[in-house]
Design a protein around this ligand. Structure first.
Ligand code: NOJ
Length: 558
């Protein structure tokens, strides 16, 4: 659903990973009161909306994306009263709150799944995707009984088969992610009714929207009796997806002033236009096209390549122009991705310059920008040395499955790759100050703090006008004051330039230039010479035709 000038189009979103944001009670895990304590920081940064990763009761096999009870708060995070106080405090500051909605799957400890496995003919018998499986004569690899193979050969996203056998029920169930995350069967009408009731319950509590986890996977192909490869790809954009989304919208968020962002692996612009266009059920989608630019063509996630600027320009330009009648959700990193300064910038020699250049990109495109916690400080990837140090179910699961299949000998073979890829890079604790554990906790942090926290932390940057944090503040302020940066038409300039990403944003008579040298060498450029600068990450130049390494400029286009 889309109309120009809504509160969420004008907004800048800040994503909080609660487990790693701020620990108020010394147990090493961040919590809701911890977030509450840091609201001044968010206010000063200038963000308008907070997206909270899941805070529901969960056994945390996948850090909260395995929900055991949708209507209660995980004990480590506090109580429902803490959550209510946080919401009230945000609203008092004119800030909004978006919750994460995880309804493609639940935890296997959810009462629906427990009832479903116990009583196939009972009320919850059809709540999950159960199948008998195929007869097998020699199923030595079968995750179930030797004479029964799984219904098809789909792989789960976190390694191993996408089907597990439940002894109690005597059937296979589908899980596109971990075996502890069984997929709900959305063709069962009661599943949908229960999900909508739960959503309404949260909307009634006063939340301002949902980020819908892997929502384009909820409609599975009708025939599950064959198939191989990633289960996610087979289910993305399934046959009844649009019907389910439309129904969900009509039953829940359409009746509230709420924003919705659907996380959608493998989504195309074409699909996104339908899901988010004027008659579409959602406001925005998170696509993944720029998140795989450093994937090897043959080996995908397992092969690391340098993301090329030409590809980055192509992806961004395609989404900016082809979704021009819709609205983009803009992001460069999140809790599932490596740190942006390490992935797209230079986290050593040009850390400040490249972090601020990336900030400029994120905050000057058409759409709603999402800042991931810590990127505004230029937190970088963590130097993980072993698999044992890591908690990320995806990385550990994939590596373990590859070892089990004999594709790699040991972790050592993929150490360098894992260091770049692990989701834990984004999940290390927030770096608040130079005291022990970066001021994140008085206890033992659940993941180690990045060793550079004594130099790179919020307190140090708050006192430094030439810090990444101060630049983010100025940039957010500029965006808020400049409708052309939010709504202006996007036009790519210098398409063939190998190190400069430049574009124009035009809203009526207001024409702005954004010019980014995404390279560690200077780049020559004539275009900018006479343009009055609105913001840049270097002091005013003496030579106006040369951009310095990672120089970013926002200028009036005369
Ligand atoms: C996407 C979430 O962002 C990720 O963290 C999670 O592991 C999967 N969906 C499964 O819920």
């Amino acid at each position: 659903m889309n109309s120009e000038g809504t509160w969420w189009q004008d907004a800048v979103v800040y994503q909080i990973y609660p487990q790693s944001f701020n620990d108020s009670d010394g147990d090493g895990v961040g919590d809701l009161s911890g977030i509450h304590e840091r609201l001044d920081y968010l206010d000063e940064l200038g963000v308008d909306i907070i997206w909270l990763n899941p805070v529901y009761d969960s056994p945390h096999h996948d850090d909260g994306y395995d929900v055991r009870d949708y209507r209660s708060i995980r004990e480590e995070y506090g109580t429902m009263a803490d959550w209510e106080q946080l919401l009230a405090a945000l609203h008092e500051r004119d800030m909004r709150l978006i919750m994460d909605l995880v309804v493609n799957h639940t935890s296997d400890e959810h009462e629906w799944f427990q009832a479903s496995r116990r009583a196939p003919d009972g009320e919850y018998g059809d709540y999950y995707v159960w199948r008998d499986g195929r007869p097998a004569t020699d199923a030595t690899d079968s995750p179930g009984p030797p004479d029964r193979a799984p219904p098809n050969d789909w792989e789960a996203a976190f390694g191993g088969p996408a089907w597990s056998y439940d002894d109690l029920r005597g059937q296979y169930y589908l899980h596109l992610f971990l075996e502890e995350q069984p997929d709900l069967d959305w063709t069962t009408p009661d599943v949908r009714t229960d999900v909508y009731e739960m959503m309404e319950w949260w909307l009634e509590k006063g939340i301002d929207g949902f980020r819908l986890d892997v929502i384009n996977l909820v409609s599975k192909p009708a025939d599950l009796s064959s198939g191989r490869g990633p289960g996610i790809e087979a289910c993305a954009g399934g046959p009844r997806l649009e019907e389910f989304l439309a129904e969900m919208a009509a039953e829940t968020f359409d009746n509230y002033d709420a924003v919705t962002i659907g996380e959608m692996p493998a989504v195309t612009v074409e699909q996104a236009r339908r899901y988010t266009g004027p008659d579409g059920p959602l406001d925005m989608v998170f696509h993944f096209d720029h998140m795989t630019l450093d994937y090897d063509e043959e080996d995908g996630w397992w092969g690391l390549t340098e993301p090329s600027l030409a590809d980055l320009k192509e992806v961004i330009t395609r989404w900016q122009t082809e979704l021009a009648d819709g609205w983009n959700a803009l992001y460069l990193g999140n809790h599932d991705q490596p740190r942006i300064v390490s992935r797209f910038g230079d986290d050593e020699q040009y850390r400040y310059e490249s972090a601020t250049a990336l900030a400029t990109l994120l905050l000057t495109l058409r759409g709603t920008p999402f800042i991931y916690q810590g990127d505004e400080l230029s937190i970088r990837n963590y130097p993980f040395e072993s698999l044992a140090e890591q908690e990320d179910a995806m990385t550990v699961g994939r590596v373990q499955a590859a070892i089990d299949r004999g594709e790699i000998d040991s972790f050592e073979t993929v150490r360098e790759l894992v260091r770049e890829r692990t989701r834990d890079n984004a999940r290390t604790p927030m770096q608040w100050d130079a005291t022990a554990n970066a001021g994140f906790t008085d206890g033992d942090p659940w993941l180690p703090v990045n060793p550079d926290y004594r130099e790179v932390n919020a307190a140090a940057q708050q006192d430094d006008p030439r810090s990444v944090l101060a630049y983010y503040q100025r940039l957010i302020e500029l965006r808020h004051e400049t409708p052309a940066l939010v709504y202006g038409e996007y036009e790519l300039l210098l398409p063939a330039h190998e190190s400069v990403f430049a574009y124009r944003r035009t809203l009526e008579d207001d024409r702005l230039l954004v010019v980014l040298n995404l390279d560690d060498e200077p780049s020559r450029l004539e275009t900018l010479a006479a343009s009055p600068r609105l913001l840049g990450n270097y002091d005013d130049p003496t030579d106006t035709t040369t951009l310095r390494p990672y120089e970013a400029v926002i200028a009036q286009d005369p």
